[in-house]
Design a protein around this ligand. Structure first.
Ligand code: AMP
Length: 468
């Protein structure tokens, strides 16, 4: 199938041609006609499937070809916000808005992105100047709503991108507040990687007779990624990583750690080895995160160390190497992590350094992806066969329960628990109900690095660096 059969305007076809894409991905083949039809859409797709163009292209088409859009010129003022795209994280918001600009460059529409962690005044100025398409994280959008600096009364199209992650992050109340301010007549598009009961409830309330599409889950991509487990003693992970990077001449490596503290420590250790590394996580300022990400994208930075949430949605074409320095607490995050490589058909390599403490986590992951991953012991790093598993240490002086509660995240724990990732940059979110685990609820995940124990409020959570 070619893009030309999808009925997109010439302006959009030119922009697509500039990107060099030759054919639409499966999600684009299905989502583009569905959105062009004007109806609501419920789409199951993950980052890496091409979903952003899947909603951006038809959205731009609809806005630019109707009489209002056709009349717009860059000087037309005031413009009204006609499309709103909500995303869970700042990074994703920035990337989505970049896509809007790339695909919309030959249209007369303009766009803006608003998220927290940066000054609000330039955003106010931009909004005043007039914006057609607004990409936002929920928290900062609410700030603008509270201050009366954004007008959502002319929204024609609403997109909730990575809706499951927005719910996991505790944004449901914010989303509802935003929905209450939108005109009743509009087109709604909901994208989600998973379909928990919460997502289904949100979709039921939001969407009218939606077209429903689901593209192959990441598992299909998993197959094109070479995955390996390197068994190693817990205190040999850092030298092993340095050895792998140096001996294989890896030049662009995304490394996942479970905690912010672990990310910082690893960066220091790698620096001592002469390996240039930076960390991104919820405690880093937005400018530090942006800098690290752009240097990494431009291949000026050899190693980017990230926690799960901070890395969510990172879109780097053909990232060759992903390393799980620590296995994630949530098996689904393994799939998200390794999905950073092998994107849009490229091959990639994902290696996991696994110590005896993480064997149960590995079992859960293998069960999820329905594969037994090959083990490869690196000479010189043979693990001690007599080593005993220890509780996973997530924070100095705060050992978590090894697997304690891993199956039991549910009910009451979930909403407040959603906030317990706030200050941690992820890695400790409760197992989402959507994971199908049910659970007995109550205690937040015991191994929630940083703040296991007291659940945080959504507001605390947001101020922890995401969404706002
Ligand atoms: P997304 O799932 O939207 O994050 O997109 C994942 C990656 O696929 C991005 O790097 C896009 O630039 C790329 N991409 C999107 N559409 C296509 C396409 N039709 N052909 C090849 N690559 C694409």
């Amino acid at each position: 199938m070619s893009f030309s059969s999808l009925g997109l305007s010439d302006a959009l076809m030119r922009a697509v041609a500039d990107t060099g894409y030759t054919s639409p991905t499966p999600i684009q083949q299905q989502a583009i006609p569905a959105v062009l039809n004007g109806g609501d859409l419920l789409a199951g797709a993950q980052t890496g499937t091409g979903k952003t163009a899947g909603f951006t292209l038809p959205l731009l088409h609809r806005l630019s070809t109707d009489p209002v859009g056709a009349k717009l010129t860059s000087n037309t003022s005031p413009r009204a916000i006609r499309a709103l795209i909500l995303t869970p994280t700042r990074e994703l918001a920035a990337q989505v808005e970049e896509s809007v600009r790339i695909y919309g460059k030959y249209t007369k529409l303009n766009s803006a992105v608003i998220f927290g962690g940066v000054g609000i005044n330039p955003q106010i100025k931009q909004l005043k100047h007039g914006v057609d398409i607004l990409v936002a994280t929920p928290g900062r959008l609410l700030d603008h709503m509270d201050q009366g600096t954004v007008d959502l009364s002319k929204i024609e199209i609403l997109v909730l991108d990575e809706a499951d992650r927005m719910l996991d992050m505790g944004f449901i109340r914010d989303i509802r507040k935003v929905l209450a301010k939108l005109p009743a007549k509009r087109q709604n598009l909901l994208f989600s990687a998973t379909f928990s009961d919460d997502i289904k409830a949100l979709a039921n309330g939001l969407l009218t007779n939606p077209a429903t599409i689901e593209v192959a889950r990441r598992n299909s991509t998993v197959e094109i990624i070479a995955q390996k487990i390197h068994p190693v003693d817990r205190d040999k992970k850092h030298p092993m990583l340095a050895h792998l990077i140096k001996s294989n001449n890896w030049t662009q490596v995304l490394v996942f750690t479970r905690t912010k503290h672990g990310a910082n420590k690893l960066v220091e250790q790698l620096d001592k080895d002469g390996i240039k590394a930076m960390a991104i996580h919820g405690n880093k300022s937005q400018s530090a995160r942006t800098k690290a990400l752009s240097e990494f994208k431009d291949s000026k930075l050899q190693v980017l160390v990230a926690t799960d949430i901070a890395a969510r949605g990172i879109d780097i074409d053909q990232l060759p190497h992903v390393v799980n320095y620590d296995l994630p607490n949530v098996p689904e995050d393994y799939v998200h992590r390794i999905g950073r490589t092998g994107r849009a058909g490229a091959t990639g390599e994902a290696v996991s350094l696994v110590c005896v403490d993480e064997n149960d986590m590995l079992k859960d992951i293998e069960k999820l992806i329905k594969q037994t991953l090959p083990r490869e012991v690196i000479p010189g790093f043979e693990p001690d066969p007599t080593a005993r598993a220890q509780p996973i240490q997530l924070r100095s002086g705060n050992p978590g329960h090894r697997n304690g509660g891993r199956q039991g995240q549910g009910g009451a724990a979930r909403k407040p628990g959603a906030g317990n990732g706030g200050g941690n940059g992820g890695g400790n979110k409760p197992r989402a109900a959507g994971g199908g685990n049910g659970g007995t609820g109550g205690a937040p995940r015991g191994n929630g690095g940083g703040n296991a124990g007291a659940p945080r409020s959504a507001a605390q959570h947001r101020s922890g660096g995401r969404g706002r």
